[in-house]
Design a protein around this ligand. Sequence first.
Ligand code: 6CS
Length: 282
Amino acid sequence: MRMKVLMTAVSLSALFSVAAGTHAMADDGKLEELKEQGFVRIAIANEPPFTAVGADGKVSGAAPDVARVIFERMGVKEVVASISEYGAMIPGLQAGRHDAITAGLFMKPERCNAVAYSEPVLCDAEAFAVKKGNPLKFASYKDIADNPDAKIGAPGGGTEEKLALEAGVPRDRVIVVPDGQSGIKMLQDGRIDVYSLPVLSIHDLVKKANDTNLEVVAPVQGAPVYCDGAAFHKDDVALRDAFDVELKKLKESGEFAKLIEPYGFSAAAAISTSRDKQCAAQ
Ligand code: 6CS
């Protein structure tokens, strides 16, 4: 009898744990894993005001600040950031090096097919940093394509690189720039004729450069306004959905605006659009 009861008990508990396990795997296995781990590994680019790493190693910027609040409310206490080139973020997520990308990685159809994006968080147009007076009269990526001598700097695997190539700028005139400071230096040294990033990023860099020989052209004509979302592995849709529940509350309470607008972002811009619209457009 005892063995029978024991077997029954064992088979029942085994059944429940499998069910729970299956349930957890299906619904919130990743979230439970992150809660137990105590931290979530996020990919960032260190491109203020989207993402920033201070000299003391402190991570800030609008995207990590929103992520930190949301993950905390999901029961994940810490965010641990690693800096990545935009073009390496999705492969890193897919390879399990990151649990989420919270970096201003703009939603575009090909990216939307590769990851599970949250609803929109940060929206921005595109900009150029150019020499004072914009001597080559750049207003669009096509203008750069039409000038056979012009070289544009842009982040590797980034939106601006793709926009330049799609506008017809040959590959050898699209120079991959590893970070903002390098891009400004290359422009100052004449190694590139224009450096392209989102508007708020370019303004931040040109202001910090404190160089009266530089100026900003914004918005870039013909380039869309993009929005990012937090990006999750395709298998972690339950985690993404849990993130979206908290993001929606944040937007509705007004806390979202308080988090991102000091950085220059518009809460209304993100609230007025959706993942579906952003993934279908551009
Ligand atoms: O999503 C992207 O590819 C772009 N996002 C930002 C915030 N900066 C540059 C990058 O190319």
